[in-house]
Design a binder for this molecule. Structure first.
Ligand code: MG
Length: 167
């Protein structure tokens, strides 16, 4: 039996983010602006999907969490473009001798429907992550009227990421 060495292992990480929604704020998911009546209240652009992916990558790499790297008390990150933060995290992953293998994520939102934007979101994230689009999977579901998502009070996302050592 071939033993799987440390360098062959896929390191996995999870990420979760949520933001409160308010009328008239822009809704950005995976760097894509999505027309919606309500958007997240946040220090940065409030892109919950990208924030969950960032935490999944940092988790897989043993590199801490988004709050340590981009504190919301830091004025440099006010209104920050989260795709730029993601690019910075991909650089940190690569400096740690790791590369991204895949990302899978789920957005939890009562509305709007994300289907029409899914390919654009996946393609944009894949570009920043340096992956082929099928290695970035974005799903969406609602809260079926239950909880903060179901009542439309907030939006959330969870993600998993896989990393491998660079050979
Ligand atoms: Mg966030």
């Amino acid at each position: 039996m071939t033993r799987v060495g440390e360098s062959d292992a896929v390191l996995s990480g999870i990420g979760w983010d949520s933001h409160r929604l308010e009328e008239g704020r822009p809704l950005i998911l995976g760097g894509v602006h999505i027309p919606a009546a309500r958007g997240p209240v946040a220090h940065s652009d409030g892109d919950v999907l990208t924030h969950a992916i960032i935490d999944a990558l940092l988790g897989a790499g043993g590199l801490g969490d988004i709050g340590q790297h981009f504190p919301d008390s830091d004025e440099r990150y006010r209104g920050a473009n989260s795709l730029e933060l993601l690019a910075g995290v991909v650089d940190r992953v690569s400096s740690a001798g790791l590369r991204v293998v895949n990302v899978d994520a789920t957005v939890l939102a009562e509305q709007p429907r994300l289907g029409p934007y899914r390919e654009q979101i996946q393609a944009g994230l894949a570009g920043v992550l340096g992956l082929a689009a099928p290695r970035v999977n974005v799903k969406a579901t609602t809260g079926e009227g239950m909880g903060f998502v179901g009542r439309g009070e907030g939006i959330a996302a969870l993600a998993v990421a896989g990393l491998r050592s660079v050979d």
